[in-house]
Design a protein around this ligand. Structure first.
Ligand code: ADP
Ligand code: MG
Length: 898
C-alpha cells in the first residue's frame, strides 16, 4: 500500500524492475532538479531544451519546484531512497484552456528504463484531473527516446513536422484513456517491469541465509540444508553474529561484511530482529528478500514495509515456507519444507505453507515437475498477480497453479489471468465463499444477486480453471499435464464391467459432458470386435471376458470414428488379468484425451506411465469427470471468440470522478448517492434516467406532477417515497403508480407519508413510463475477480426470481449479447410469438456504460438500475441507485506498488 496516501506519491517499477518513487515536487526539490539537469550531457540537454543554456535549466528547476497552478503540473521520479531526481515531467497551460505543453527530461544514466513512460502515464492522469484535454509535446524529430515513449503510451497521437520539430498532439478526452489499446499497452509494460523486478528473487546469483545458527533443528538450518542439497549454483553465505562457518557455509556478522552483496537474503531470524536486518540489507543493496519469519507487531510490519519500499527490494512473505526455482541454471531451494520439487513445468504459488507442502507432495507423487514454487505468506509485496506475470514470461512454466486465500488486487488479477490463460492453463481453488458472508457485503438488489450467480462462470470467463477442492485441482492438473484438450463435450465411456461404465457415464453427464449414442457404423464395428453380449452403444460394455489387446483396439476404433472428443475407460480387474496393465502397454497419448477410472486403486489420481507419456488414472468416476469437464471448458475458452470492448461516446470520466470525490469528502464512510448525484453520475456516462422532480409537501408534489404529466403514459405520474434509509420502496408501500390529476397526486402524497412515516424525507415525482419488459442492470463487486455487470429480469420480482447473469468487466460486445440471450427474459426481450422485440441495442449500450463506469470509478461498489423498462422504441430507467465506498483515489490501471 502507498503509505504516503496521496495519489501522486507512489512507488512504481521501472521497466528493469528497479523501484522508483514518483511524487509531486516541492520547493525543497529545486537543487535536486538542478543537479539532475546539470549532470545531463549536452546532447541530452539539447534534446530537452532545444539548446543547452543554464538559464533554461535554472528556470525549469524554479518553475517545477514551485507548487502547481491550475492548468500546470509537474511530477518527479526519484531513486527509491528519494535522494536523487532521475526524471522530471511537466505540463504547462493556461488554466481553463484545456491545452497544455508537455515536457520530459530523464537523467542520462536512467535512459531506456521506462522512467519517461512511467512519468507520462502518471502525468496524463494528473493533467486529466486538472481538466486538460490535450497535451502538446514539441520534440526534435531525432529525439527517438521521446518519440518511443509517446508511441508506447498506446494513445492515438497526431504528429505534425515542421523544420525538424515534431509537434505531437495527445488527446486526453473521450475514450482514449480507457480504450483496450491503451489499457493493454499499460498492462504489458507493467508485466515486463514486474517480471524484471523478480529476477533477483527467482534467479539470484548469490544468496545469504540469516537465522541459521548452531541448532541443527532450526528453520534457518533446514533452509540451509535444502539450499545445499539442491546444489544452488550461485554463491552461498550465512549471516550469523558470531560464527565464521555454519554447516560448512562461510558466515559473516552483518550484511555489510559479506564479501559480495547478495541478490537474495532469506530471513529466518526471530520477528523482533527482522526490521533491522531488512533495513541493513536494503542499505547495502540487497535486491530481494524471502522472510519466512512471521510478521511481528504492526510497528515491526510497518518498518519492514518501509525499508522494502525505500530500498527498492522485492520481498516474499513474511510468514511463509520460502521459494524454489528448479531451473538448473539456478537450482534454488530456499524452502524449509521437506519436499524437494522436481524440475518441471508447473508454477506453484500458495499462501499457506501447509497447503504448499500438501500440493507439492501431490505433484511430486504424480511426477509433475515444478518450475517455480513460492509460498507467499502474508504478501507484503510479491503477490499472486506477480507470480502469474513471472510465469507468463517464463518459458519453462507450462501451467500456473495458485492456491491463495485472497488474490490482492482483484481488478488486476482478472486482467492478468485472462492474458496468461491464453498460453498456459491457470488453475486455482475457489472454495466458494459462504452466501452469508457475501450477503453481509451489500444490501441492495445487485449485491444480493451475487450468491446466486455461479462463481464458476466468472472464473470461466476469466479463463481460470477453478477447482472446488485441492483434490480436484490435482486431478485436473494431472489431466491437463498428460493429455491433449478435448475439442468438445462428447465422451465415449468404455467399461469392462457393466455397472462401472454406467456410473462413469452418469458422472460425465453430471459434470456437464455428454455421452452421445454412437453412429450405426461404429456400433457395427464394435460388435464385430467384441464378444456377443457386449453393449456396443455408448457406454460400451465389453464384458469381462475381453483381453487387453481387444480393449485397446476398441479405444482406437472409437477415436478413429471421430464421434467423440474424449474416452473414459472404466476398468475392473478380471479373472483374465489386469486390463489397466494392458492399456498401459499401449500409447499414452492419442488424438483425443483418454482417462481411466480404476476404482480398486487407492489414490484419487495417478499418472501411470504408458508408451510415450502418462495416462491419468482416477480412483472414482466423479473426479475423472470433473477433470475432463474442466479440460473441456478450457478448450472452449481458448477457441471462443473474444469480442471487443466498444468505444463509448459521451463519457465524462472526470465529472463522475469529481462527483465521487465530493460525496466521499462529505461521507468518508461511503453510502448511497442522493437521487441527484446518482442521476448526474449516470448522466456522465451517457445513461439518462427518466425525468424526475423532488417534492417536500403535497402541494409541491402537485406542482411537479403537472410539469411531468405530459411526458407520462396517458398523462399519468408516479410518486415515490424517498429517504436515505429506504432501500426497497415498494416493500413499505412507498411507490404509487398511474396517478392522474391533482387530487390523485395529493391523495398519494398523504398516503405515502402515512405508510412510510419518518423514513420518508421527500417524494420523487416521475412521469409514468409506458409499459414494457422490466429488467435489472447493475454492478457489483466480486472479492476475487473485481467488478461484475449483472443483468436479468427486474422489477419488484427480482429477488423472487433470482435469475441473473453476470460478467466481468470490461464487458465485450459478445459478453453483453450473451447476457441478454442467456437471460430468462430473453423471449420477452427478443419478442416471442410475434411480439415486437425491445430495443436490445439500447439495453446492451447501458450494460457497456455500466461496465465502463465500474472500471473507471473504483469507489463504485454497487449500482442498481431496477427496473429498466425496455420497449421497442427505447429503454427507460425509472429507479437507480449507486453506492460508493472509500478507496485510495488512484487510476485503477496505473502502475504502482501496493
Ligand atoms: P423499489 O425498487 O424501491 O421498490 P421502484 O422505483 O423500482 O421502487 O418502483 C417499484 C416498481 O414500480 C418498479 O419495479 C416498476 O414496476 C414500477 N415503477 C416505478 N417507477 C415507475 C415509472 N416511472 N413508470 C412506470 N412504472 C414504474
Ligand atoms: Mg426498483
Amino acid at each position: 500500500m502507498n503509505e504516503l496516501g496521496t495519489p501522486h506519491e507512489v512507488w512504481a517499477l521501472a521497466a528493469d524492475g528497479e523501484t522508483v518513487l514518483l511524487r509531486r515536487p516541492n520547493p525543497d526539490d529545486r537543487d535536486r532538479i538542478l543537479a539532475m539537469h546539470r549532470a545531463m550531457s549536452t546532447e541530452n540537454l539539447h534534446l530537452r531544451f532545444f539548446g543547452a543554456s543554464d538559464t533554461s535549466v535554472r528556470e525549469t528547476a524554479e518553475r517545477v519546484s514551485t507548487p502547481d497552478r491550475a492548468g500546470c503540473g509537474a511530477l518527479l521520479a526519484l531513486t527509491h531512497d528519494g535522494d536523487e531526481v532521475i526524471g522530471v515531467v511537466e505540463y504547462n497551460g493556461e488554466a481553463g484552456s484545456g491545452t497544455a505543453e508537455l515536457a520530459l527530461a530523464v537523467a542520462d544514466s536512467w535512459h531506456g528504463r521506462g522512467i519517461g513512460t512511467l512519468l507520462i502515464e502518471h502525468v496524463v492522469a494528473m493533467a486529466r484531473a486538472d481538466k486538460v484535454r490535450t497535451l502538446v509535446a514539441d520534440t526534435l524529430a531525432w529525439n527517438r527516446p521521446m518519440l518511443r515513449v509517446l508511441e508506447d503510451l498506446g494513445l492515438p497521437i497526431r504528429n505534425r513536422l515542421d523544420a525538424g520539430v515534431l509537434t505531437c498532439v495527445i488527446p486526453l478526452d473521450g475514450d482514449d484513456l480507457t480504450t483496450e489499446r491503451y489499457l493493454t499497452a499499460l498492462a504489458r509494460r507493467e508485466a515486463l517491469a514486474d517480471v524484471a523486478g523478480l529476477v533477483p528473487l527467482f534467479a539470484p546469483r548469490s544468496v545469504a541465509v540469516a537465522g541459521a545458527g548452531h541448532r541443527a533443528d532450526s528453520v534457518g538450518r533446514a533452509l540451509l540444508r535444502n539450499l545445499k542439497a539442491a546444489h544452488y549454483t550461485g554463491s552461498l553465505a550465512v549471516l550469523h553474529p558470531t560464527a565464521t562457518e555454519v554447516d560448512g557455509v562461510p558466515a559473516f556478522p552483518t550484511p555489510d561484511r559479506l564479501p559480495q552483496v547478495p541478490d537474495l537474503v532469506v530471513v529466518a531470524v526471530p520477528a523482533g530482529a527482522v526490521p533491522d536486518l531488512v533495513e541493513n540489507c536494503g542499505r547495502v543493496g540487497v535486491r530481494a528478500l524471502v522472510v519466512v519469519t512471521s510478521g511481528g507487531t504492526p510497528e515491526q510490519a510497518a518498518r519492514v514495509h518501509d525499508s522494502v519500499r525505500r530500498h527498492g527490494m522485492r520481498m516474499v512473505g513474511p510468514n511463509c515456507l520460502g521459494i524454489a526455482q528448479t531451473d538448473p541454471a539456478t537450482a534454488l531451494n530456499a524452502t524449509f519444507g521437506w519436499v524437494v520439487p522436481a524440475p518441471g513445468g508447473a508454477g506453484v504459488a500458495v499462501q499457506s505453507g501447509g497447503v504448499g507442502i500438501a500440493l507439492m507432495e501431490q505433484l511430486n507423487r504424480l511426477g509433475i515437475g515444478v518450475s517455480t514454487f513460492a509460498s507467499l505468506g502474508d504478501k507484503y509485496d510479491v503477490s499472486g498477480n506477480d507470480m502469474l506475470q513471472w510465469w507468463q514470461a517464463d518459458t519453462r512454466t507450462t501451467m500456473a497453479i495458485l492456491h491463495l486465500e485472497s488474490f490482492g488486487n482483484p481488478r488486476k488479477f482478472s486482467r492478468i489471468a485472462r492474458a496468461v490463460g491464453r498460453t498456459k492453463p491457470v488453475l486455482t481453488v475457489d472454495a466458494g465463499r459462504s452466501a452469508a458472508g457475501r450477503r453481509a457485503a451489500g444490501s441492495h438488489t445487485a449485491a444480493a444477486v451475487t450468491p446466486t450467480v455461479a462463481r464458476a462462470a466468472l472464473f470461466r470467463q476469466a479463463g481460470v480453471t477453478a477447482a472446488q477442492t485441492l483434490g480436484d485441482l490435482v486431478a485436473i492438473a494431472a489431466l491437463l499435464y498428460a493429455q491433449p484438450l478435448p475439442d468438445g463435450a462428447a465422451v465415449a465411456v468404455i467399461g469392462n464391467a457393466g455397472g462401472a461404465g454406467v456410473l462413469a457415464a452418469d458422472a460425465c453427464v453430471d459434470a456437464g459432458l455428454v455421452v452421445p449414442r454412437f453412429g450405426a457404423d461404429l456400433e457395427a464395428e464394435l460388435r464385430a470386435l467384441l464378444p456377443a453380449g457386449a453393449a456396443c452403444a455408448n457406454p460400451v460394455d465389453t464384458t469381462a471376458t475381453v483381453d487387453g489387446a481387444t480393449l485397446r483396439r476398441c479405444v482406437d476404433r472409437v477415436i478413429a470414428a471421430g464421434h467423440v472428443d474424449a474416452v473414459v475407460l472404466a476398468l475392473a480387474p478380471t479373472a483374465l488379468g489386469d486390463p489397466l496393465g494392458d492399456i498401459l502397454a499401449g500409447p499414452a497419448v492419442r488424438k483425443r484425451p483418454v482417462l481411466v477410472i480404476a476404482p480398486e486403486r487407492a489414490a484419487a489420481v495417478e499418472l501411470l506411465p504408458a508408451v510415450g507419456g502418462n495416462v491419468p488414472v482416477y480412483g472414482d468416476a466423479r473426479t475423472a469427470a470433473v477433470a475432463l469437464a474442466h479440460a473441456h471448458e478450457r478448450a472452449m475458452w481458448l477457441t471462443r471468440p473474444r469480442g471487443t470492448v466498444p468505444a463509448l461516446p459521451d463519457v465524462d470520466r472526470s465529472l463522475a470522478r469529481s462527483i465521487a470525490a465530493e460525496f466521499l469528502l462529505r461521507d468518508p464512510e461511503g453510502g448511497w448517492l442522493s437521487p441527484r448525484e446518482c442521476a448526474r453520475m449516470l448522466g456522465a456516462y451517457g445513461i439518462e434516467p427518466t425525468p424526475w422532480r423532488e417534492a417536500f409537501d403535497a402541494e409541491e408534489a402537485v406542482a411537479m406532477a403537472r410539469e411531468l404529466a405530459p411526458l407520462g403514459a396517458e398523462g399519468a405520474v408516479v410518486l415515490k417515497a424517498h429517504g436515505p434509509h429506504l432501500v426497497h420502496k415498494s416493500d413499505v408501500g412507498g411507490v404509487r403508480l398511474r396517478l392522474i390529476g391533482d387530487d390523485a397526486v395529493r391523495e398519494a402524497y398523504t398516503d405515502l407519508a402515512r405508510r412510510v412515516g419518518v423514513l420518508m424525507e421527500r417524494v420523487i415525482v416521475q412521469p409514468m413510463a409506458e409499459s414494457g419488459v422490466e429488467l435489472i442492470a447493475g454492478v457489483t463487486q466480486d472479492e476475487v475477480l473485481g467488478p461484475l455487470v449483472v443483468f436479468g429480469l427486474g422489477g419488484v420480482a427480482t429477488d423472487v426470481l433470482g435469475d441473473h447473469g453476470a460478467r466481468l468487466t470490461p464487458l465485450t460486445d459478445l459478453d453483453a449479447r450473451s447476457l441478454l440471450v442467456g437471460s430468462r427474459g430473453a423471449p420477452l426481450i427478443y419478442g416471442h410469438r410475434g411480439a415486437v422485440p425491445t430495443d436490445t441495442a439500447g439495453i446492451e449500450d447501458i450494460l457497456h456504460r455500466l461496465s465502463r463506469l465500474a472500471d473507471d470509478i473504483p469507489q463504485l461498489v454497487e449500482a442498481d438500475l431496477n427496473p429498466l423498462i425496455a420497449r421497442p422504441d427505447g429503454v427507460t430507467v425509472v429507479d437507480a441507485r449507486i453506492r460508493l465506498a472509500p478507496r485510495h483515489e488512484h487510476d485503477p490501471y496505473l502502475r504502482r506498488l501496493r
